[in-house]
Design a protein around this ligand. Structure first.
Ligand code: ZN
Length: 404
């Protein structure tokens, strides 16, 4: 007589399913995953269509149609390069490139030179650069013969602004870097008479983070400074709306997101940077920025945010990872969240482990709990769409504010 099968084996056999469990089978009950990428219903603002495909996949496809790569992308890059060169005639530089020392910005600087442009590289240092990324910046600029301008934030102020985000109980703590790089790029471009900022965010390989995760605007930042900073910030420069409009409309500084027109993922790019420039891999995901481990651990423990999910989902859409591979990565806590990185960053921030545990227990808040320009931005839907498409703003700005 045949022995009865155990219940779970019997139910598996009854479905006729063969092979590995699906990524969905690992999810907690009630959580739904996009049928194409790996984003699931825990991601704020996510929507699914009738086929179970998420809005992030739809945005990817829309932007993919607008911004071609391959021969068409290269033709557009050449056309833009002619325009940018003409705008810089008689000047020392015709564009400015933000350089972090990571892979994306390093490759972006190379492409800028390949197109015959004369860039000024700008690095904003908020005190969290790894030694490898600093070396990469020097190597890239030296081998490509590009001048480098470093803007170094006042460390005490930068630390205080970061801590203000903990006290505000919001998920994104690294806003000193975001504000610093924006103001430094525009201010330096205005001083040098440069009309083009070369931007290297790629919707294809980085995706677009939900607005609630990392919203930043000048009014919101000003409020955090006024309410939560315990010392006056004398050197910090906010990206005030009036100044940004001045840089855009009076100084006529535009943004060209160059990475939208070429494929910037895959091991061959790392290999190329290593062999041509002596560039070094920082050793792990976002290791170029040493506060990111604390950012990720804090967001995961307090808000249930996995900071890798948007990027891994993007790589699945691009075919650089399979859905199974990306889902398997998401089931593991990344190395950057190792306790050693987190404790190092907390010590540098002057926050004790006990204080950190207390901050984790404070009720979670979002930018929507504080004053911001967001209500005004909602009213400017179509001007922002136009500015995104006319290169006054990065092209995914519209999608970021209205679609995710
Ligand atoms: Zn999706």
């Amino acid at each position: 007589m045949n022995q009865p099968l155990p219940a779970d084996v019997a139910s598996f056999a009854a479905t006729g399913a063969i092979g590995k469990p699906s990524p969905e089978s690992y999810l907690p009950a009630g959580i739904k995953m996009c049928g194409r990428c790996v984003l699931d219903s825990r991601v704020s603002g996510i929507k699914f269509d009738q086929e179970g495909i998420c809005n992030h996949c739809k945005i990817h496809d829309r932007l993919d149609r607008i911004f071609p790569t391959g021969d068409e992308g290269e033709a557009f890059l050449q056309k833009m390069a002619r325009k940018i060169r003409a705008s810089g005639k008689g000047k020392k530089y015709d564009c400015i490139v933000g350089l972090s020392g990571g892979r994306d910005t390093s490759y972006c600087l190379y492409v800028t030179k390949r197109l015959g442009l004369r860039p000024l590289a700008l690095h904003f240092d908020n005190g969290w650069d790894s030694a490898i990324s600093k070396n990469n910046i020097r190597r890239m600029c030296s081998k490509l013969d590009v001048d480098l301008e470093c803007v170094i934030a006042d460390w005490e102020e930068s630390r205080e602004l970061t801590n203000s985000t903990f006290y505000a109980s919001v998920p994104y703590i690294d806003l000193t870097d975001d504000v610093g790089i924006i103001t430094s790029l525009y201010r330096t471009a205005a001083r040098e008479g440069i009309h083009w900022i070369i931007h290297s965010h790629s919707f294809r390989t980085e995706g677009i983070n939900p607005l609630l995760w990392n919203y930043v605007d000048a009014r919101y930042v000003r409020h955090l400074v006024d309410k939560f900073c315990r010392m006056p910030l004398k050197h910090f420069q906010n990206a005030d709306l009036g100044r940004v409009l001045y840089w855009m409309l009076v100084k006529r500084i535009k943004v060209f997101t160059i990475t939208n027109y070429y494929k910037d993922s895959g091991a061959e790019i790392d290999q190329f940077l290593k062999s041509e420039f002596g560039w070094e891999d920082t050793g792990g995901w976002h290791f170029d920025n040493e506060i990111f481990g604390l950012q990720c651990a804090y967001a995961r423990r307090k808000f249930g945010i996995d900071w890798r999910s948007v990027e891994l989902a993007a790589l699945v859409r691009e075919g650089d990872l399979t859905r199974d591979e990306a889902a398997a990565k998401l089931r593991e806590v990344p190395l950057i969240e190792d306790d050693r990185f987190v404790r190092y960053a907390l010590k540098k921030q002057g926050i004790s482990p006990d204080e950190f545990e207390r901050l984790l227990k404070e009720p979670p808040k979002y930018f929507t709990d504080y004053p911001s320009y967001y209500p005004l931005i909602r009213l400017m839907k179509w001007p922002i769409w136009l500015a995104s498409r006319l290169q006054y703003l990065p092209p995914h700005t519209y999608e970021k504010y209205f679609d995710v």
